[in-house]
Each structure stands twice: as structure tokens, then as C-alpha cells.
Design a protein around this ligand. Structure first.
Ligand SMILES: [Zn+2]
Length: 427
């Protein structure tokens, strides 16, 4: 699937100096992210010189090994959106094969977390598409992006969806912001994910009337964090109703092994999200967790949703709302800290390079997740080499010193040498 998308990338060069195909530049960068190895291409070039074959050709179907400079120059002019069909293709295939069922939660909805992250920051290096902020006489250039992911409570995997880049508005100082980028994302992809049935999750930043109305227009659902500071009218109404005994409340005691915690749920339906007669009516719920012994409050958060809240549903809605925190742990952190090199020796480029590489990086992350869901041998190896660093250290070392004819060959070698029982092929 990736080959097909990369073969469609437009040729932007004129003249005859086209030693490397654009496809190879993109595939080369992808292989570096996929293998989590900044030196993967250099090692394969060395292997080619020494032995006449290399794993870049056999595992990634590279036709030639481009240098970091060539990758930068060939990819910089390309719009990353040209890679986006991959995300839709993967989610469609996961839906067809039934794998998305594991991601269905409240009322059979897919939970989609919206969250922004900065993936580049510098005071020196910048490009045409950098955002910037100024403190005194210092300017910091940065790139930010919304990276939506599907999540499910109790499932450590996340499925990356199409990103939305936060880019400066045409020629003016006015900086694009997370909300505007989110609106663009919902406009473009909302209907598609609504067809799957989906609930959007997000922090307080998303919990405002224009965005919630847009979500509902697209026939999506939402559970957004709803803080008192940014919703004074809603909280006045909750306080008023509470004083009249109209806010539902119940508590439960959960034994945690060494101590007990008291979880208190409060909820009320049909309260105004903001001031004014045209205020959208939302349903509100809150969870407070208190240590029974010390009386210390260890957690408190509240959400606004259009799902109707009752004694029967409040716990499931709160659980879905809390799942949004997974995105910090599972996606952006993995991308930042676990070896998906955001800032790599390809440099920054002057046009789209940073965003294009980020998209390839998200795809590498997505491919690992999909393999872990669908490929018996990959899954077996990831279970055995539980620490992700160990798994990728082994891949790096093996592919540096040895030649493998295919992924099958590589994985069979690892399974045999780890003395694992080969998985039954269900494919
Ligand atoms: Zn830039």
C-alpha cells in the first residue's frame, strides 16, 4: 500500500540529474523511522559495497540508497498530504478485518483523541512553514501538529489517524492555533469517522460551542474535559441545580490493595455550555477520587458530552473521557522519546520537509501497531522481546551484519534462535 502511495508522488525536478527516484527518498526516510535506526541507510550502503546485496533492497524494496542530503532535497518540496491516503486505507482494512472492534467502547463508538504536540523547536533553524513565538528579543521557531489517534480503555495500542498541521496563516502574524487546526480536521475527516460511529475526546481547549456544534453537525459525538475557569455559566447552573438537589451523586469504595479510595460521581443533563440564549445544552459529569484514610483528593476532573448521562452510563462515560490521557503516554511520548526520531540528520529543510518526515514517522508507528495486531510472528517476537528498545536493538544489529531476503526470513531467524514455538499461521 505504501509503495503505491509513494509511486504517485509527483516529480518536481527538471533536467536529467534524477539518479534517485523520489519514491526511494521517501522509502529511505521511512526505513530509518521504521527500523528506529538513524544509521540504517549508511549500514546498508556499506553492506552493498562489501557483499553486493543489502537489506534496504530486500526488506523495503529500495532501488538505490539515497544519502541524507538527497532525501532532504527530494522530499522538501512535497506536500505531506500526499501520504494521507495511507491512514484511510489502514483504518478501512482494520475495519474490514474486524480489528477495529477492539477499539469500540461506549455505545460501540470508536474513541478518537484530539491532541496537539510540538515536534520541532529551535532558536536558530527555521523554514517557511515554522510558527514562532517571541519572548523579549528572543524568537523561538516551532512546528506543531494535531495527531488524532483511536484509543480504547485497557488497550495499550493506539491507531494513528491523519494529522493536521498547525501552520502560520498566509503572510500575517496571526498564528494558526490548535482550535483552528482541529476545525479543519473535523471538516475534512469528520464525516468519514462518523460513518464508523465515533466519539471525539479532548481537553478543555476543545470544549467550546463552535467546536462542539461542528462535531454534532458532522454526526460525531464528544466527551471533552470541562473546567470551571473556562465555563463559569455552566458551573453556576450546576451549583444552582445542586443547591436544589437536582445534581445526581453517588459514591463507591474501591479497595486498592493497601488502602481504599472513594470515587464520587456527580452528573446532570441539559446545562448551558456558555452564556446567552443560544447556548448549546450539554450533559455534565464529574469524578472525584479520595483516599479513604488520608482524605486526600487524588483526582478530580469533569467532562461535557452530548451522550445522555444516567446512573447506568456515568461510569462508562467517565472512563471513556479519561482514556484521552493515553495519547500523552502512548503516542506523542513514543514518538518523542522512544526512538521515532523526530529530529534527525535529514535537517529541517526550507518548505515541507519537517511535516513530511513527521508523517512518515507517524506511518512507521502505525505500521508497528498494525503488525502487532495482525501479524502472528511480529506479535510473538514483541511479546518475547517485551522491552521495545531490546526489539529494535536486535533488528538494528541483525540488519547491520546480516542479509535477510525478506521480513519472513528475518522473523523466522529470530524466532528460531530465541527457541520460540512458531505461531500457527492463521492468515
Ligand atoms: Zn520550520
Amino acid at each position: 500500500m505504501l509503495q503505491v502511495v509513494l509511486d504517485r508522488l509527483p516529480e518536481h525536478r527538471s533536467g536529467k540529474n534524477v539518479t534517485y527516484a523520489i519514491r526511494d527518498a521517501a522509502l529511505g526516510a521511512f526505513s530509518v523511522f521504521y527500523m528506529q535506526s538513524p544509521s540504517f541507510l549508511a549500514y546498508q550502503e556499506q553492506m552493498q559495497l562489501n557483499t553486493g546485496h543489502n537489506n534496504g533492497v530486500s526488506l523495503f524494496e529500495l532501488k538505490g540508497i539515497p544519502s541524507d542530503n538527497q532525501i532532504r532535497n527530494l522530499l522538501d518540496p512535497l506536500d505531506p498530504e500526499q501520504l494521507f491516503p495511507m491512514f484511510a486505507e489502514v483504518t478501512s482494512q482494520l475495519e474490514e478485518s474486524g480489528e477495529l472492534e477492539a477499539f469500540r467502547d461506549y455505545r460501540d463508538n470508536l474513541l478518537i483523541v484530539l491532541d496537539g504536540t510540538e515536534y520541532f523547536s529551535s532558536q536558530e533553524i527555521h523554514c517557511d512553514n515554522c510558527s514562532h513565538r517571541t519572548h523579549g528579543d528572543k524568537t523561538t521557531y516551532f512546528h506543531a501538529v494535531i495527531t488524532p489517534v483511536m484509543v480504547a480503555p485497557g488497550n495499550s495500542r493506539v491507531i494513528s489517524l491523519e494529522p493536521e498541521f498547525i501552520v502560520p496563516q498566509d503572510g500575517h502574524e496571526k498564528q494558526d492555533c490548535e482550535r483552528a487546526a482541529t476545525k479543519r480536521w473535523i471538516e475534512q475527516y469528520g464525516a468519514r469517522y462518523a460513518a464508523f460511529k465515533a466519539t471525539l475526546l479532548g481537553d478543555d481547549l476543545y470544549c467550546n460551542q463552535p467546536l462542539c456544534e461542528q462535531v454534532l453537525e458532522k454526526k460525531l459525538n464528544f466527551i471533552f474535559v470541562c473546567k470551571p475557569d473556562s465555563h463559569p455559566e455552566l458551573y453556576q447552573m450546576v451549583a444552582f441545580l445542586d443547591a436544589n438537589g437536582q445534581v445526581e451523586q453517588f459514591s463507591e469504595r474501591i479497595w486498592k490493595g493497601k488502602y481504599a479510595e472513594i470515587r464520587t460521581y456527580r452528573f446532570v443533563n441539559t446545562v448551558p455550555l456558555r452564556a446567552g440564549a443560544d447556548a448549546l445544552k450539554v450533559n455534565w459529569c464529574e469524578l472525584t477520587i479520595q483516599n479513604e484514610t488520608t482524605k486526600k483528593i487524588t483526582y478530580r476532573n469533569a467532562w461535557a458530552t452530548q451522550h445522555e448521562i444516567s446512573h447506568a452510563t456515568v461510569k462508562a462515560i467517565v472512563q471513556a473521557g479519561r482514556t484521552r490521557w493515553k495519547v500523552e503516554n502512548e503516542n506523542n511520548n513514543v514518538l518523542k522519546t522512544k526512538g521515532y526520531h523526530f529530529e534527525h540528520n535529514f535537517g529541517h529543510g526550507s518548505q515541507h520537509l519537517a511535516a513530511f518526515l513527521l508523517t512518515l514517522n507517524l506511518l512507521a508507528f502505525l505500521f508497528h501497531t498494525v503488525l502487532d495486531l495482525t501479524d502472528a510472528k511480529y506479535k510473538l517476537l514483541r511479546e518475547k522481546l517485551r522491552v521495545r528498545k531490546t526489539f529494535f536493538d536486535d533488528l538494528r544489529a541483525l540488519t547491520r551484519y546480516m542479509y535477510f531476503e525478506s521480513w519472513e526470513h528475518l522473523m523466522d531467524f529470530m524466532i528460531a534462535n530465541l527457541k520460540l514455538p512458531p505461531p500457527v499461521d492463521t492468515g
